[in-house]
Design a protein around this ligand. Structure first.
Ligand code: ZN
Length: 347
C-alpha cells in the first residue's frame, strides 16, 4: 500500500488553475512508462494508458483543493485573502497556512478572520510582517495561492491516515496506482487517466478534458464526508473503513442504472464492500463529463473521509485499496459488448 505516494500528493499545494505541483507528480509517473500525455487548455492532464479499438473509458480525478488567494496587502503587513472553492466557515479561523509565491517560495502564516454572525469576514494571513514592504520582501504578491499547512500523518491503528487535500488527491492516488497496475494487462477498452483542473470552483477541467477525449464511458473518482463524523448509524453511507461509495444520485448527475448495476455486480463478484451514497449538495466532474457529445454513461466512485473542505481529513487506506481493486476489475471487463448493452435503448 503506497502511503508515501498519498503523503506526497497530500502535501503538494494546488488550488484551481495552479495545479503544477500535483501535475508534476502525475507526469513523473507517466514518463516512467513512456505513456502518451495530452493536456486540455486549462491544464488538465490526460494520460492514455493503452491503445484499443474498444470503448474509450475516462477515469477522472481532480487535482485542485480548496484554499485561498491573496487579494490585498495592507500597509500594516496583513495579507488579505479570498476563498477559492467552498472552504468551510469554521476552517477560515486560526489556521496555519502557507503561501506559494510566484517564484515558488513557501511563506507560512496564520489565517484568521472576523466573525460576522456565523460567517468569516475580512480573512487575512499573518506572516509575521509589520509593513507592506516586509510582505513584498517575502515575495508575497496579490494573486498568490494559499493552502492549509497540514503535514500528512499516520494515525493510531494500521490503516488510518490524516492529511490535507484528500479531496481529491485520493482520486489522484488512484489514477497513479491504476497506471502502475494496468501496465502489462491486456484490456478490451482504451483507458484515459485524467487529472482535471478546477473542479472545486465549478467542475471546469473535467468538462474540457472530456471534450478533448470524447469518451464512451466515464468513471469519476472523488471523496465525500458525512456531516456528523461519529454517526455510525445506517444513515451514514460515508463511513471510513466500510468500503468505497457508489454515488447513486447527485444534483448534477443521475447515473445510468445499468452502469450502476455493472459496478455493483463487479463489487459483489470481487467481494468488495460498497456503500450506496447520494449527494444532496454539490456534484462532481461527472456532472459535466456526462453531457459531452451525445452523452456519456458516467458514474462516481468515492472514497469516504471524515471532515472535508478544511485543514485535514481522515481516511482509511483499506478504502483506497478496495476502490483500486474495484476499478481494476471494472476496467478489466469493459469491452464493446458491455458498452453496447449499456447504451442500447431500443428495447
Ligand atoms: Zn472533490
Amino acid at each position: 500500500m503506497n502511503i508515501e505516494l498519498l503523503k506526497q500528493l497530500s502535501e503538494a499545494d494546488a488550488i484551481a488553475a495552479s495545479e503544477q505541483e500535483v501535475r508534476q507528480i502525475l507526469l513523473e509517473h507517466a514518463r516512467r512508462y513512456q505513456l502518451k500525455v495530452e493536456f486540455d487548455r486549462l491544464g488538465s492532464v490526460l494520460i492514455r494508458l493503452n491503445e484499443s479499438t474498444g470503448p474509450k473509458v475516462m477515469l477522472c480525478a481532480h487535482m485542485d483543493e480548496v484554499g485561498f488567494m491573496v487579494r490585498n496587502i495592507t500597509k500594516e503587513g496583513a495579507v488579505e485573502v479570498i476563498p477559492i472553492g467552498n472552504v468551510r466557515q469554521l476552517a477560515r479561523f486560526m489556521q496555519p497556512v502557507r503561501i506559494t509565491t510566484a517564484d515558488g517560495r513557501k511563506q507560512h502564516g496564520l489565517l484568521d478572520a472576523d466573525l460576522s454572525g456565523s460567517e468569516a469576514q475580512n480573512m487575512r494571513v499573518d506572516i509575521g510582517a509589520s509593513s507592506a514592504q516586509e510582505v513584498a520582501d517575502a515575495g508575497v504578491r496579490i494573486g498568490d495561492r494559499v493552502t492549509f499547512a497540514t503535514s500528512f500523518q499516520k494515525l493510531a491503528g494500521e490503516s488510518r491516515v490524516m492529511g490535507k487535500a484528500f479531496d481529491d488527491r485520493i482520486g489522484c492516488w488512484l489514477l497513479i496506482e491504476l497506471m502502475h497496475a494496468l501496465q502489462q494487462q491486456p484490456l478490451a477498452c482504451e483507458v484515459w487517466l485524467v487529472a482535471s483542473s478546477s473542479e472545486e470552483v465549478g467542475m471546469r477541467g473535467g468538462k474540457t478534458a472530456a471534450q478533448r477525449i470524447n469518451p464512451d464511458l466515464a468513471l469519476v473518482l472523488d471523496t465525500a464526508n458525512w456531516s456528523k463524523n461519529f454517526d455510525f448509524s445506517a444513515a451514514n453511507h460515508r463511513q471510513i473503513g466500510q468500503g468505497p461509495m457508489l454515488v447513486m444520485y447527485d444534483k448534477s448527475l443521475l447515473p445510468s442504472p445499468r452502469l450502476l448495476g455493472l459496478i455493483q455486480d463487479t463489487a459483489a463478484e470481487q467481494r468488495i464492500p460498497l456503500q450506496s451514497d447520494m449527494f444532496s449538495n454539490g456534484g462532481t466532474d461527472g456532472g459535466t463529463i456526462h453531457l459531452t457529445g451525445q452523452g456519456v454513461p458516467t458514474a462516481v466512485i468515492g472514497v469516504p473521509t471524515r471532515h472535508g473542505h478544511c485543514a485535514a481529513s481522515i481516511a482509511d487506506m483499506n478504502d483506497l485499496y478496495h476502490a483500486r481493486q474495484l476499478l481494476l476489475a471494472l476496467v478489466g471487463r469493459i469491452d464493446s459488448d458491455i458498452f453496447q448493452q449499456l447504451t442500447d435503448f431500443s428495447c
